[in-house]
Design a protein around this ligand. Structure first.
Ligand code: NAD
Length: 265
């Protein structure tokens, strides 16, 4: 039996991509899953249906939670609905994220604030709500952040995204240190290139996929399920002694791939 059995998990931005794969994986492992989405419920309902199917008959619930994670009142209301349905929260996964490419000198501040608002402020708003509940409930808790290789690798023309993921690294480490003594673990996963809607600019073009793959030491982008499995590990008691870390599930992108062959001396 998985040790995510009967755990209550809230996943932000879970109607598509990696968030959906996490919801399905956690449901398969026996958790009750809160599926956050920002606008139309159609895709979120599809996630819930896939999660239910993954349970293969075992008990567990899916709950749809509409909220824009950058808005304090909506986040507070979302956590209240989660507790009203599930009674307590064991795991928060900050997965919601957006990006936009623009040369940095042309970035509109509204766009910069929008990206930071969702990717970083939203993650903190949700973390703060979860921390308050963990402390009130007792028994600790787990916060996991969906960061990126761009937590440490610069991403030119994506300044808001780069800065938000860099900040997520410090959000992870600071909260981990601050709450370690109270049984709360905080970690992050740093994916590289994953086949999800955020990458629709290249995922439907085989030539573009080939080009992306050439940059990746393992020779291919990831499927969202390969990222979800890292979240499942970090959320579980198998990771009971890990806190403040980012696991880069990136096919080797953080290994300076340009150095695969010697070119300097
Ligand atoms: P995606 O576009 O499918 O997922 C992003 C999700 O965030 C969507 O479901 C969207 O509805 C949700 N969202 C957007 N604004 C929101 C808001 N205001 N409130 C709540 N939810 C909101 O793409 P994805 O690849 O699954 O991205 C998920 C996370 O993974 C992001 O944080 C992204 O930065 C990170 N990531 C993805 C990759 C990749 O290659 N796909 C790589 C590294 C990191």
């Amino acid at each position: 039996m998985s040790n995510l059995q009967n755990k209550n998990v809230l996943i932000t931005g879970a109607s598509t991509g990696i968030g959906r794969a996490i919801a399905v994986r956690f449901a398969r492992d026996g958790a009750n899953v809160g599926i956050n989405y920002p606008d139309s419920p159609t895709a979120a309902q599809e996630t819930a249906d896939l999660a239910k199917a993954a349970r293969a008959g075992s008990v567990g619930k899916e709950l749809l939670l509409k909220a824009d994670v950058s808005k304090e009142d909506e986040v507070e209301a979302m956590f209240q609905s989660f507790i009203a349905s599930f009674g307590r929260i064991d795991i928060l996964i900050n997965n919601a994220g957006i990006q936009k490419d623009t040369p940095s000198h042309e970035v509109a501040m509204a766009d910069f604030d929008h990206i930071l608002g969702i990717n970083l402020r939203g993650a903190f708003l949700c973390a703060r709500a979860a921390l308050r509940l963990f402390l009130k409930q007792g028994g600790g808790g787990v916060i996991l952040n969906d960061s990126s290789v761009h937590q440490i690798i610069p991403k030119p023309e994506f300044i808001g995204y780069s800065v938000s993921k860099g900040g997520m690294g410090n959000l992870t480490r600071t909260l981990a240190l601050e709450y370690a003594g109270r049984g709360i673990r905080v970690n992050a996963v740093g994916p590289g290139a994953v086949i999800t809607p955020i990458n629709k600019a290249w995922t439907n073009d085989p030539e573009a996929v080939k080009k992306v793959s050439n940059h990746i030491p393992l020779g291919r982008p990831a499927q969202p399920e390969e990222i979800a499995s890292v979240f499942a590990f970090l959320a579980s008691d198998d990771a009971s002694y890990i806190t403040g870390q980012t696991i880069f599930a990136c096919g080797g992108l953080t290994l300076y791939p340009e150095f695969r062959e010697n070119w300097s001396s």
